[in-house]
Design a protein around this ligand. Sequence first.
Ligand code: FES
Length: 165
Amino acid sequence: MEKIEKLSDSSIKEIERFKGLYPNRNSAVLMVLHVVHQQFGFLDREALREAAEIMELPYIDFQQAASFYTLFPNKPMGKYHIQVCRTLACHLRGAEELTALLKKILGIGIGEVTNDGLFSLSEVECLGSCGTAPVMQINEIYYENLTRARVDEILDDLRKKARNG
Ligand code: FES
C-alpha cells in the first residue's frame, strides 16, 4: 500500500532545515511541533510521525514534549480556539466566572468544539500577562481586562468575521 504523506512540502522543507540547525537535533523538537501545529491547527499524529522520521528522532520525544504544552492540542479545535488563563492573578480576577460564561454562551465544555466548528475552549496556565487579568488567548491574539460585555463583543466580532470569510 502506498504511504500517504500528510505534511505539506513547505512543512517538510522547514523541518529539514531545523534538522541541520543544531548539533543536538532534540533542540529542534519544539520548533517541529510548531510546524505541525501551524499546518493542521493541532498535532496530527501521522504528520508528527512523519516529522519524527525526517528528524531521525524517536516519535516518543515529540509526544513527551507535546504533553507539556497546552499550546499544542492533539485533536482538531475550533476555527477560534479560546484559551482562558486559570492561574492565580486571573483566578483572583474572575477567570472561573469567565470560563463559566464562555461555556454557557457557547454551549460546550472544556476541550470541546461548538457544532458549527467555530469555537473551542481550553483552560491554560499563566499566559504571562498577569497585570491585565483576566486574560484569554484566541488563536494568536490576547484579550485582556475581560468583562462580560467585552466577551460578548469579542465573540460577536469573531462570528461576523467568520461569516464574511
Ligand atoms: S495569571 Fe493569568 S496571565 Fe498570568
